[in-house]
Ligand binder design. Structure first.
Ligand code: FES
Ligand SMILES: [Fe+2]
Length: 392
């Protein structure tokens, strides 16, 4: 069965909002390990949908440029002289050489390394050396205005950069609407990046998502985070996925870490946060490759970049409120938080390697339905994967 056929079969099952949907929504074991399935997901999901592609602070100043890959395609992020963030296919309009291979700063133009075609930071073709229709070195009727860099849809939100490789699709406002509404009480505009770390996960990107929204494993893999009773004090916040919106799946701990062991001292909290949200903690994913932990005093963003069926790059960025992100007096406190999260991530790496090793076995018995208590966010995520494959 092809990935699209499997997707259609799963998508035809009850949706994640149906009360009896959960036990049905699984993906076959091969979806987590084979090359064909991986390629199909790159095309159906990462090449077509809004995806998390980086962070605003990667391109803080005008002239900053950063090459990235989206579904294997080279894309260039550029901070223009006007301060706007733009994305282009990182491909010369002449003979398709890749334009920029490494991050750069203070660029005033983008110059192709092959024959020197030169583009403005806005993508316009500004110069093509020895390229003139008059002496036959350019085709007759060549118009530079038709040969600027090909734009990729891009948007910044909450210090993050999202891109959509496909020319057509929902606008970003529609994609982010469920999460933006859910987090409306939080002044995300006050957050500043205050540290980061990267991991190479030895597992399929979908296992990383599923593990992130799995509360069941917490007392086994992360004993320092408390008991099963504490792990299960969650409210489901799964939503979205209609009319172009990105599905959001996960949990809120209404009492947050109030009843859990502390992993460091608090930072300044979001201003004017309603009292009922003060102890809260959200653990959610935004389809397909963004994962978040939102606390009253910081936001963690986990950016997943699938590299192969069994390998995923994870970049974890810590955001704090205002000067808490950079204040030297809080360096120890930030280091303490970072160390707590480094340990949590390394614990997850270990079990993700075991999951990947097991899932590639012919004995892997997906679909094993998860019990309803734990299943709705997992189900919503898997449904989104299956729907995207079916629609492709
Ligand atoms: S390929 Fe870029 S100038 Fe020729
Ligand atoms: Fe975990």
């Amino acid at each position: 069965m092809t990935a699209a056929e499997t997707g259609r079969k799963i998508a035809a099952m009850d949706g994640p909002t149906s009360p009896c949907a959960s036990a049905l929504t699984t993906l076959p074991a091969g979806a987590y390990s084979d090359e064909d399935g991986f390629r199909a997901e790159m095309q159906a999901i990462f090449a077509r949908r809004w995806v998390l592609a980086g962070f605003s602070h990667d391109l803080a100043a005008p002239g900053d440029a950063r090459p990235i890959a989206v579904a294997g395609a080279p894309v260039l992020l550029v901070r223009g002289e006007d301060g706007a963030l733009r994305a282009f296919h990182n491909v010369c309009r002449h003979r398709a050489a890749r334009l920029v291979a490494a991050p750069c700063a203070k660029a005033r133009a983008i110059v192709c390394p092959y024959h020197g075609w030169t583009y403005g930071l806005d993508g316009a073709l500004r110069a093509a050396p020895q390229w003139r229709a008059e002496d036959g070195t350019a085709p007759a009727g060549f118009d530079a205005a038709d040969h600027g860099l090909i734009a990729v849809a891009a948007a910044e939100w909450g210090g993050m950069i999202f891109v959509r490789l496909a020319e057509d699709g929902p606008d970003f406002a529609a994609h982010i609407r469920p999460l933006a509404e859910h987090w409306a009480p939080y002044r995300l505009d006050l957050l500043r990046a205050g540290g980061e770390m990267s991991f190479e996960i030895p597992a399929n990107w979908k296992l990383a998502v599923e593990n992130f929204i799995d509360t069941y494993h917490l007392p086994f893999i992360h004993r320092q985070l408390g008991t099963m009773r504490q792990a299960m004090q969650v409210e489901d916040v799964t939503m979205g996925g209609d009319a172009g919106s990105g599905p959001v799946y996960g949990y809120r701990y209404p009492r947050g870490s109030a009843e859990k062991p502390k992993s460091g001292q608090p930072f300044a909290s979001f201003p004017d946060l309603p009292a009922e949200l003060m102890p809260g903690q959200d653990i959610v994913g935004l389809f397909p490759n963004a994962l978040f932990e939102l606390m009253p005093d910081y936001l963690l963003v986990f950016h997943l970049e699938p590299l192969a069926p069994n390998r995923t790059r994870e970049r974890l960025v810590f955001f704090y409120l205002g000067e808490d992100a950079t204040d030297p007096a809080l360096a120890d406190r930030r280091a303490e938080a970072a160390e707590a999260w480094r340990i949590i991530n390394e614990q997850d790496m270990t079990i993700l390697a075991e999951l990947q090793a097991g899932i590639a076995s012919p004995a892997a018995a997906r679909p094993q339905p998860d019990p309803p208590f734990f299943d709705r966010p997992l189900s919503a995520f898997r449904q989104a994967v299956a729907k995207a494959l079916a629609e492709n």
